[in-house]
Design a binder for this molecule. Structure first.
Ligand code: 3BY
Ligand code: FES
Length: 419
């Protein structure tokens, strides 16, 4: 890293959007890959994407490509996608199923557990056991797969898992199936994609989502509620009271736990009511899939939502789960991957109509992509100067504070004294 970047990291003003270089500069992009995406836990896939032994997905963060597999013993593994012979990239497909991983260069062949099984024409004494694929730390939490590229990953993932598992586990995501996955490439920096997710101040831009999603964040702490939101708040409070009874009946934990910038593995989890029928992300709020997740037999559960820094959020309703991951591509290009999970026995066309299941979030994702592109365009102008986050953008501040703290900690840069 050049010293040019240091003052930006040291002097970041609390409560304001970041200076432009953080969003537009190639050096900052490379720094984010080195200091955030190579050192923190990242959400990469659902276990449902690699349900059977031999299934794999590849995921790429800049120059680092990782193969996430299910080995023959059924365990989730992650390996660097780099051959131990002369380094060729092994797997070029985004996902699939295979018995072994064969390098296209000289055919070194690896098992799904990463062990080298075959290397032709080597000298006597060649020890295959010395050339297993380099492994990547991997951790599953209730059907969600996280990796960490650091040699020594942050250990607080264990405590986070302990807190969030009781919320997630009852929904049976580990045994669910993928109904659909989309990749939207947004014309903006990855932090803008994350910031956009962390607030609902912009939610008037999501009319379809707002049929069922209460845009109440940040106004609940005795701040003046905008008058246009007062009727929404009344419905929100009523629905919450009803859902607390339902959650209680099913033994589902619901309190908000928010440690977004107080941990290395910052996270947030809570259950919240939804509007109209309150069941699902459909236009009228009724379930899109009649075969429900888990075994509650209860359609109206509202939503379980979780965020984890730096690159994920999710929502779970009674009938499906929506998982989002953010993958930086370039300073002004970001992949947002959305995965819809339904019960493994749910049959498309019988239990659910795929369009009905996915249309609200397909539309919402496109709206978000358009907003992120506008933000990137404005920030790229020399006229841009950082602006203030309002009270309802507290999670944006938490994300940015988490990010700046991670850079300062990793690079031993002290914060500028407040004058
Ligand atoms: O999915 C979310 O959690 C946020 C909140 C509202 C809009 N959105 C993309
Ligand atoms: Fe993979 Fe030679 S580089 S077998």
């Amino acid at each position: 890293m050049t010293t040019r970047l240091i003052p930006f990291i040291r002097d970041r003003a609390v409560g304001q959007s970041l200076p432009a270089p953080f969003y537009v500069d190639q050096e900052f992009f490379d720094l984010d890959l080195d200091e955030i995406f190579s050192k923190r836990w990242l959400f990469v896939a659902a276990e449902a994407e690699i349900a059977e032994p031999g299934d794999y997905v590849t995921i790429t963060f800049g120059t680092r490509s990782v193969i996430v597999t299910r080995d023959d013993a059924g365990r989730v593994r992650a390996h660097h996608n780099v051959c131990r012979h002369r380094g060729a990239r092994l797997v070029t497909e985004p996902g699939g199923s295979t018995g072994t991983i064969v390098c296209s260069y000289h055919s070194w062949t690896y098992g799904m557990d990463g062990r080298l099984l075959y290397a032709d024409a080597q000298a006597p004494g060649f020890q295959k056991s010395c050339y297993s694929l380099r492994s990547v730390h991997v951790r599953t939490i209730a059907g969600l797969i996280f990796i960490c590229l650091a040699a020594e990953p942050p250990t607080d993932i264990d405590e986070v898992a302990e807190i969030v598992e009781p919320y997630l586990r009852p929904h049976g995501l580990a045994g669910a199936k993928v109904a659909k996955q989309t990749d939207v490439v947004e014309d903006g920096n990855w932090k803008l994609a994350m910031e956009n997710n962390r607030e609902c101040y912009h939610c008037d831009g999501h009319p379809e989502l707002l049929n069922v999603f209460f845009p109440t964040w940040g106004y609940s702490h005795n701040e003046a509620i905008p008058s246009r939101l007062r009727p929404v708040f009344a419905r929100y409070r009523q629905a919450t009271a009803e859902l607390i009874e339902i959650w209680g009946r099913h033994g589902l934990p619901y309190p908000r736990i928010e440690q977004l910038d107080t941990r290395t593995t910052g996270f947030h989890i809570e259950r919240e009511a939804m509007d109209l029928a309150g069941e699902s992300f459909t236009l009228d709020g009724t379930v899109a899939c009649t075969r429900l997740l888990g075994d509650f037999g209860e359609k109206r559960l509202g939503r379980l939502s979780m965020h984890m820094q730096p690159n994920m959020w999710l929502h779970v309703t009674s009938d499906h789960a929506l998982l989002f991951s953010v993958i930086p591509i370039g300073p002004d290009k970001t992949l947002v991957r959305t995965t819809w999970l339904v019960h493994a026995d749910a049959v498309e066309g019988v239990d659910y109509d795929l369009d009905r299941l996915t249309s609200v979030w397909d539309i919402t994702n496109q709206q978000d992509a358009d907003l992120v592109a506008l933000a990137q365009q404005g920030i790229s102008s020399p006229a841009y100067i950082p602006g203030p986050y309002g009270p309802s953008e507290f999670q944006v501040e938490a994300f940015i504070n988490w990010y700046i703290t991670a850079l300062r900690d990793n690079l031993a840069i002290p914060a500028a004294p407040i004058t």
